[in-house]
Design a protein around this ligand. Sequence first.
Ligand SMILES: [Cu+2]
Length: 163
Amino acid sequence: MMKKLQTGVLSLLITVAIALGAQAQTSGNITVQSIWARATPPGAKTAAVYLTLANNGTTDDKLVAASTPIAGMAGLHTEIMDNGVMKMRPLKSVDVKPGGTATLKPGGRHIMLMGLKQALKQGDHFPITLTFEHAPPLTVQVEVAKVGAAKPDMGDMHGMKGM
Ligand SMILES: [Cu+2]
């Protein structure tokens, strides 16, 4: 009985720790937040990661690369309209101006994961390491939202609204 209670408290603490890990994290002048991906259908080999970068410094910086153990390859992409067809194109970097933000979101820029080694399930987390031109590399946790989500649902999931 007591043991069961302790285990419950422990898993709650772990959940809180992971939830906090998914919140804003800072490396040098760059703060990364709202890091999320959509759940993938079984057998999917690709996924996209979205996030928001903020530059708190006085000089330009850029996101230049990303990597994650759950995918064979990760690269920066943007979506463009080509004759009415949405196409993805590789992107060299995502610029973040001093005092500015850059948002990667559905329908625009994203981090493309290719050679996905596992399906992304809603509520799961996985690490991704971001490489910047100036700020030191930063590993953050990606929150998996439901299939087709238009925005991260972690605010609702963890009841953090209004806190
Ligand atoms: Cu893509």
